[in-house]
Design a protein around this ligand. Structure first.
Ligand SMILES: Nc1nc2c(ncn2[C@@H]2O[C@H](COP(=O)(O)OP(=O)(O)OP(=O)(O)O)[C@@H](O)[C@H]2O)c(=O)[nH]1
Ligand SMILES: [Mg+2]
Length: 265
């Protein structure tokens, strides 16, 4: 697929239960139900079955109430290689197919992030991130907001960022989106602690954006379902150098993404 078209590869990290899979599923359900219009139009997916499997729990409610667990814990078919879901989005406002973006989104189990924090030797399995166009780190908003969990969450986030910079060697110029998930439980107020993590990411050379999301709202009367999810895509596209912001010519993949070194492309 990547040989046929330039695809934007996005690594999605965060601890178990952070809401990574729900973020992807919410994006998928909004896209294929036309809820991202007029700006974006769903232009297909080569992994429809993968999305549908992830959405299965959300489609079966019992007694009219939302399930406690919206998605299954992510388990990889091959525990050594990451799983990707694919989604093409079109921006109809742009002429000549220039608005099309092919997203390859890595849905990783939370253990990958936790093990990376605890053991630098697991960094090798993240080698694919060297090719990533963007990184998304999902943190549970309520855990960052509450006194009892804030410190541990911040520490984990700091360690994860440092590991990504030092041990995985991700390109700090690639857009980094810090997603505060489950913000329906916080009335979409971004936990102030996230600004601390943002500062830390900047110190490491990243250019982070903060996005609060409510992939599936437990309080839909106050916070609509899916709020903020498309902002993650916006933040990714906005952080890309102009040549990558739309479907770029394939040749630019060679030589190996050295153009990334220049922020002002
Ligand atoms: N209130 C609220 N809860 C959410 C939201 N998104 C996810 N959750 C809850 O968090 C749980 C875990 O979400 P997942 O998306 O499976 O988490 P994950 O990061 O993929 O977890 P792993 O696959 O174990 O790494 C869900 O089953 C829901 O109970 C949200 O937007 N709002
Ligand atoms: Mg998951």
């Amino acid at each position: 697929m990547t040989r046929a078209r330039y695809s934007h590869l996005v690594g999605i990290l965060g601890s178990s239960n952070a809401g990574k899979t729900c973020l992807l599923t919410s994006l998928y359900l909004q896209a294929c139900h036309g809820l991202l219009r007029p700006e974006f139009r769903f232009a297909g997916s080569l992994t429809l079955q993968g999305f549908e499997l992830r959405a299965r729990k959300l489609r079966t409610w019992t007694n009219g109430s939302m399930p406690d667990q919206f998605a299954d814990h992510t388990v990889l078919a091959d525990p050594r290689s990451p799983a990707f879901v694919h989604m093409a989005l079109d921006r109809p406002g742009r002429p000549g197919g220039q608005g099309r973006v092919e997203l390859l989104l890595a849905d990783l189990p939370g253990e990958w992030s936790s093990q990376l924090i605890n053991q630098a030797s697991t960094a090798k399995r993240f080698d694919f991130l060297a090719r990533a166009d963007a990184l998304v780190i999902v943190v549970e908003g309520p855990r960052l907001a509450f006194d009892s969990t804030r410190h541990a969450e911040l520490m984990n986030l700091r360690h994860l960022l440092r590991r990504l910079a030092d041990d995985v060697g991700v390109d700090a110029h690639a857009p980094l989106v810090l997603v505060a998930s489950k913000c329906d439980e916080l009335n979409m107020i971004v936990p102030p602690a996230l600004a601390e993590a943002e500062g830390y990411a900047r110190d490491l050379g990243f250019f982070p954006a903060i996005v609060p999301t409510a992939s599936f709202s437990r309080r839909p009367e106050r916070v609509p379902n899916g709020q903020g999810v498309i902002d993650v895509v916006h933040a990714i596209l906005k952080g890309l150098p102009p040549i990558l912001e739309q479907t770029p010519p394939l040749q630019i993949q060679k030589p190996f993404r050295s153009f990334w070194q220049h922020r002002d492309w």
